[in-house]
Design a protein around this ligand. Structure first.
Ligand code: G6P
Length: 611
């Protein structure tokens, strides 16, 4: 989704901004632009497409400036083209604005401004902002107050960075609903929508809260609330992410690197959190609320996309072992359907980025209704992590590939740990707790074993790359994995794929099966094995092509299926951590063989910060 980076200091901001944009590329975008102010003169350059196109054209201009802002856009209002790219500006190009989010009342504002002679050249909602600021400056406001006055008129969400050629000693930023961080340097300051854009320059960051507006100078910054004049003291956080973590580490794509990292990322999600002797988990971020959580009458899990799939696995875990009724809700639906939320409910919000707008909105709604709100996030310091009453970081490390892989398996680990914690506080025996702990500890080695089948999976991918549709089928804990496998394929290979509970196949999807339709069965040897074998027979009888993810000791399945990928066993609740890995690799190799952009699939964004 849209990315922001800004700089003020003594260096030339142009390479800093371009590198920052490159770091933000993974979020997904369709155009990019940069605006700078130098000696009362301002320049703006925008291009459709990749940052490298913008970079090439900027190099020719030999620009030099100590103050600038830059943006990658993911279109919401107005087609992706050069004009609609940010920064947007007022008529004399003295005010540059970049904006993440959506201004809901832009039509009304636009009409009002047009009456005063303001002319609009883009189709975007964002363009009202520079004109609005301009109108306040014309009434005698300075930039900071003009921004604050303008924000008072805006409905919707924003992360904003603004510069003004007549006040070249500052940039002004504001946040409501779209993430923004300040990077504090020595005689220089940075702003960004995501720390990855500024990590090369500083590790000291300040997270902005909704309603805050900041005047950023090169050697200090002043934070205020939108409607109060007192200065707000902001805490400076030290972040531990390194540049190496943001690089591809020799892999062709981030997605493959992240799939391959899973033995480590899964290990990191459990590190220091397992108490073998007590057969339970120790989760610092839940310590203050663990009792309340274990006594809650109902658990609701709210999330989007892949995180929603991990939530579904969480539902199975929590109901089986903690014996607390659990529901899983799409965050977008939860928010808008006037949900019944009681004070003794606990709500888990799962989000890799911690910034997904729908999940954040659902969290805010649930907080108003008085429930205990907990987060499972990957990005440290993200909005959801900060606004929940407690939570657990997944510690999977930065995930750059748009298709989520290691974040998913780490979410499953954290959900298993939370289940263990609650279940042991309720009626799970020490022996049962220890059995789960033991299985958890064996997962990294088992994942490594599956990853060694990469070549075999690549070969299978080659046979199926031209398929037009795919069906993914699983039962019990592996039903959400079927959904996740289908989502991975859709996201990066643009092949239509559906996930279904295997038993439901005969109530509809079976009509689709013919000799062109591949079906992927997740069929490890568990209590539903015999049933799923019957489903495989049903597909076989209709000449469907079958790939099975099966247990390593299952020799008999080979006579029923075209291809099998044999994986180690574990207990049922943890099986999804293993069964999903071949499906990630299958989707990856199919997309690569189709020559597609695996890390930045069309139309998708890593973190969806608009509702
Ligand atoms: C986007 C991403 C998905 C992700 C979903 C939820 O759609 O493309 O990969 O699963 O958002 O993101 P979150 O950061 O909240 O887990």
């Amino acid at each position: 989704m849209c990315g922001i980076v800004g700089y003020i200091g003594n260096k030339n901001c142009v390479p800093i901004l371009i590198n920052g944009l490159k770091r933000l590329e993974y979020r997904g975008y369709d155009s990019a632009g940069i605006g700078i102010v130098n000696n009362g003169h301002s320049d703006v350059i925008k291009r459709k497409g990749k940052v490298s196109i913008l970079e090439k054209d900027i190099e020719k201009l030999n620009l030099n400036s100590n103050l600038g802002i830059a943006h990658t856009r993911w279109a919401t209002h107005g087609v992706p083209n050069e004009t609609n790219a940010h920064p947007h500006f007022n008529s004399d190009k003295s005010i540059f604005v970049i904006h993440n989010g959506i201004i809901e009342n832009y039509q009304t504002l636009r009409k009002g401004l047009q009456k005063f002679g303001y002319q609009f050249i883009t189709q975007t909602d964002s363009e009202v902002i520079p004109h609005l600021i301009d109108s306040f400056i014309k009434q005698g406001y300075n930039l900071f107050n003009a921004v604050r006055a303008s924000l008072g008129e805006l409905e919707g969400t924003y992360g904003l960075a603004i510069i003004y050629s007549k006040e070249p000693d500052k940039l002004v930023v504001a946040r409501k609903g779209s993430p923004l961080v300040l990077g504090v340097g020595d005689g220089e300051n940075f702003v960004a929508s995501d720390v990855s854009a500024i990590i090369a320059h500083t590790k000291q960051v300040v997270y902005l809260e909704d309603g805050e507006v900041v005047e950023v100078f090169k050697d200090h910054f002043v934070t205020k609330n939108l409607d109060e004049d007192g200065e707000i003291e902001k805490e400076v956080h030290q972040i531990s992410m390194t540049l190496d973590e943001l690089d591809k580490g020799g892999y062709q794509h981030f997605m493959l690197k992240e799939i391959m990292e899973q033995p480590d990322s899964v290990c990191n999600s459990m590190r220091g959190r397992i108490l073998f002797d007590e057969g339970t988990a120790k989760l610092g971020g839940l310590e203050n609320v663990a009792k309340q959580l274990a006594e809650s009458k109902r658990i609701i899990i709210s999330a989007c996309g892949t995180s929603w799939h991990s939530g579904m696995v969480g539902e199975y875990m929590l109901e089986q072992f903690a014996r607390i009724p659990t529901e899983v809700e799409y965050a977008s639906e939860f928010r808008y359907r006037n949900p019944i939320v009681n004070k003794d409910d606990a709500i888990l919000f799962i989000s890799q980025s911690g910034e997904t707008a729908d999940t954040l909105a659902a969290l805010r709604e649930a907080k108003i209704r008085g429930a205990l709100c907990l987060g499972i996030c990957n990005v440290v310091g993200s909005s959801i992590a900060r606004e929940t009453h407690g939570g657990v970081y997944t510690h999977a490390g930065p995930e750059i590939g748009v298709a989520s892989t290691k974040a998913f398996t780490s979410q499953l680990i954290v959900l298993a740990l939370i289940t263990l914690l609650i279940a042991r506080k309720r009626d799970m025996s020490l022996v049962d707790g220890q059995a789960i702990v033991k299985e958890l500890e064996m997962l990294p080695d088992k994942i490594s074993k599956i990853l060694k089948m990469n070549k075999q999976i690549e070969e299978i991918a080659g046979k199926f790359k031209d398929a037009k549709n795919f069906l993914y089928l699983g039962r019990g804990y592996n039903f959400p994995v079927a959904l996740e496998g289908a989502l991975k394929l859709k996201e990066i290979s643009y092949i239509h794929a559906e996930g279904y509970p295997a038993a439901e196949m005969k109530h509809g999807p079976i009509a689709l099966i013919d000799d062109n339709m591949p079906a992927v069965f997740i069929a490890p040897k568990d209590s539903t094995y015999e049933k799923i074998i019957s489903n495989i027979e049903e597909v076989r009888a209709r000449k469907g092509r079958i790939i099975a993810i099966a247990s390593e000791d299952d020799d008999s399945i080979d006579r029923l299926v075209d291809y099998s990928i044999k994986i180690p066993d574990t207990i049922r609740m943890l099986m999804p951590v293993l069964t999903v890995i071949p499906l990630q690799l299958l989707a990856y190799h199919i997309a690569v063989k189709k020559g597609l952009n695996v890390d930045q699939p069309r139309n998708l964004a890593k973190s969806v910060t608009v509702e």
